[in-house]
Design a protein around this ligand. Structure first.
Ligand code: HEM
Length: 416
């Protein structure tokens, strides 16, 4: 299939393959998604060229259809086949040990262990601590002219925030960040130079080994962190098995690490590219929460999540068969023309609803309040300290149809 741009109109959509590395080199293929929404909103791709052993998949591209899939967990299972279009490098039984890879009732029981701690009210108690983490990281840049925003600002902040929730010692933040980046960005040659096959031999055993130590410490003496919640949890009268504790830990650390970093970096880039929009925030800082929502809409940290059909079904006129993969493309639904005027325009006043956190189903993001708080503080403190921050060279993107994020974002901190 041809790549994006003017060639796209000639592409035969029946033959189009949505997940093809060449199309994602610069981030999501928005022009292709635009055509799919218009001409073929539920689209079949027969294969994933990079992983020939993987079956084809349905692409669901509009907000209404994604909402329907997300809410119907009986028909569209998170447990049956994994949560990403290709289960690259990650054994299915480990995905199924995280509650993101479970269906009710077990999903609901496990998630409930954490929900009380993640309400907006409980999360607001952390505002002072999170602001201090952000300030500490920004202060390290004093006297510098330039920095690389993803790895020098975003990464250390998000790692310490989720690290403090999980009880990870600060000196281990960088190790965990690397493990999360290589497992979630398994197909990216920089984040995981050894390739997706290496996860099973290298990263996953290391995650288990490191987690075992944290688990043993908490069995010995319980603490008030989330790792302790997992270690001492009882679901249906039974303690979790070790691999369920490890994968529960992995889910929280991975989700906390990656997504907030992604949205902050893409949002900051957009503000630097659109100085008029940034000016609006200086004039009226109460617009920052709206700018956060607009960044979530335009740059959803996860391009997709996947379900698997448990029975034959019909979706927007297409016949889905039992066992088919059904991929919900949030990068597409968040630019759905029926919901947004001028969807490709970055507008900090829009304050949109969106599907960056999921589409209202059982798996709706647990961390929304935490992510929103972190993003607001990150924007506030960065804009206050570096009001003239500018792009300084070409950013790079993670090569992935799953995590939608910048790998590097070189910036000039205080231009003359
Ligand atoms: C900008 C930040 C974030 C974005 C865009 C985001 C997005 C998402 C999405 C799309 C899902 C899956 C919804 C689905 O398709 O079914 C999800 C699930 C989840 N997120 Fe987030 N997330 C963010 C931050 C966080 C943070 C900070 C945490 C903190 C721990 C977190 C924890 C989780 C968990 C545990 C799940 C699984 C929920 C379930 O299966 O019921 N997320 N998130």
């Amino acid at each position: 299939m041809a790549s994006v741009g003017s060639d796209l109109d000639r592409v035969d959509l029946d033959k189009a393959l949505v997940i093809e590395r060449e199309q994602w080199g610069d981030g999501p293929p928005h022009e292709l998604f635009k055509r799919l929404r218009r001409e073929c909103p539920v689209h079949w791709s027969r294969s994933i060229p990079e992983y020939p052993e993987e079956a084809g998949y349905w692409s669901v591209t509009t907000a209404d259809d994604i909402h329907a899939v997300s809410r119907d967990w009986r028909t569209y299972s998170s447990e049956r086949g994994g949560v990403t279009a290709a289960n690259v490098g990650f054994p299915l039984e480990l995905v199924q040990a995280m509650f993101i890879g479970m269906d009710p009732p077990k999903h609901d029981r496990l998630k409930a262990l954490f929900q009380a701690g993640f309400t907006p009210k409980r999360i607001a108690d952390h505002e002072g601590a999170i602001r201090q983490i952000v300030i500490d990281v920004l202060e390290r840049l004093d006297g510098r002219e330039k920095c690389e925003l993803v790895n020098e600002i975003a990464q250390p902040v998000v790692s310490r925030v989720i690290g403090s929730f999980m009880g990870i010692p600060p000196e281990d933040d960088a190790v965990w960040a690397n493990l999360m980046n290589s497992t979630l960005g398994a197909g990216d040659p920089d984040l995981n130079p050894l390739g997706p096959e290496s996860l099973v031999h290298k990263d996953i055993p290391e995650i288990f080994e490191r987690c075992r130590r944290l688990i043993a410490e908490r069995r010995e003496s319980p603490t008030d962190d989330l790792t302790s919640v997992l270690v001492h949890a009882e679901v249906d009268g039974q303690k979790l098995e070790e691999h369920e504790i490890v994968m529960g830990f992995f889910l929280l650390v991975a989700a906390g690490n990656d997504s907030t970093k992604a949205t902050y970096a893409s949002g900051m880039r957009a503000l630097m590219q659109h100085p008029d929009q940034r000016r609006l925030l200086f004039e009226d800082p109460s617009l920052i929460p709206s700018a956060v929502e607009e960044s979530l809409r335009m740059f959803p940290a996860f391009a997709h999540f996947r379900r698997t059909a448990t029975c034959d079904a019909e979706l927007d006129g297409r016949r889905i068969r039992e066992g088919d993969k059904v991929v919900m493309w949030y990068v597409s639904s968040n630019r759905d023309e029926t919901r947004y005027e001028n969807p490709d325009r970055f507008d900090v006043r829009r304050n949109p609803e969106h599907q960056a956190f999921g589409a209202g189903g059982r798996h709706f993001c647990l961390g929304t309040a935490l992510a929103r708080l972190e993003l607001r503080i990150l924007f506030e403190e960065t804009l206050a300290r570096f009001p003239g921050m500018e792009l300084d060279g070409t950013p790079t993107v993670v090569e992935s149809p799953f995590i939608n994020q910048l790998k590097t974002l070189p910036v000039r901190l205080a231009p003359a």
